[in-house]
Ligand binder design. Structure first.
Ligand SMILES: Cc1cn([C@H]2C[C@H](O)[C@@H](COP(=O)(O)OP(=O)(O)O[C@H]3O[C@H](C)C(=O)[C@H](O)[C@H]3O)O2)c(=O)[nH]c1=O
Length: 182
């Protein structure tokens, strides 16, 4: 498993070692040892999630506030998405900055998004199946949403046209009005 810290160094991109043969392929999709070597962290992941989206669906930018803040280890098992993490830690030198990566069933890349970040993705293929581990259980009372198109953040989504959003995501707040992390 190779790991690379992104421009916001707490966000880590993992590239697994894939073993291909005439049957197909095998790779270790998660290793606590590799994760700790790359991040220095040994989080529990009490919950796994799986969502399916059609082209143009944008989910985000979501986060849970403490005491139920979630770290997320995300990947795509069918299709392609553009995945984004936004630093929403007020005290961070990269507060309000974002990083984005293409995650696909083909590249098998994974992104570690620590607590203190808002997360979202847009679906670039006809459909995409998105699976991820979270370091805390779902706590809807702590869930918040920041607007995907907040000009203060300025995410460059690689998508023409208007994305398809849930009712909740259509009401995402500007970062300047959102409840953020210390
Ligand atoms: C997130 C979640 C949702 N739900 C229920 C609540 C709703 O009835 C239904 C759909 O939820 P929602 O529209 O919030 O799903 P997404 O828009 O995919 O939300 C996720 O999308 C972005 C990309 C994230 O980073 C978060 O993990 C998460 O907020 O599933 C649960 O029962 N458990 C859960 O952990």
């Amino acid at each position: 498993m190779q790991a690379k810290r992104l421009a916001i160094p707490e966000v880590v991109l993992f590239t697994p070692k894939v073993f291909g043969d005439d049957r197909g392929f095998f790779f270790e999709s998660y290793s606590a040892r590799a994760f700790q070597e790359a991040t220095g962290l040994q989080p529990d992941f009490p919950q796994d999630n799986h969502s399916r989206s059609t082209r143009g669906v944008l989910r985000g930018l979501h986060y849970q506030l403490p005491p139920h803040a979630q770290g997320k280890l995300v990947r795509v098992v069918q299709g392609t998405v553009f995945d984004v993490a936004v630093d929403i830690r007020k005290s961070s030198p990269t507060f309000g900055q974002w990083v984005g990566e293409i995650l696909s069933a083909d590249n098998k890349h994974q992104l570690w998004i620590p607590p203190g970040f808002a997360h979202g993705f847009i679906t670039l293929s006809e459909t995409a199946e998105f699976i991820y581990k979270t370091t805390a259980f779902y706590a809807p009372e702590c869930e918040r949403c920041i607007a995907w198109n907040d000009p203060e953040i300025g995410i460059e989504w690689p998508f023409e046209g208007t994305p398809s959003l849930s009712g909740k995501d259509q009401l995402g707040k500007a970062l300047s009005e959102a409840e953020v992390f210390p």
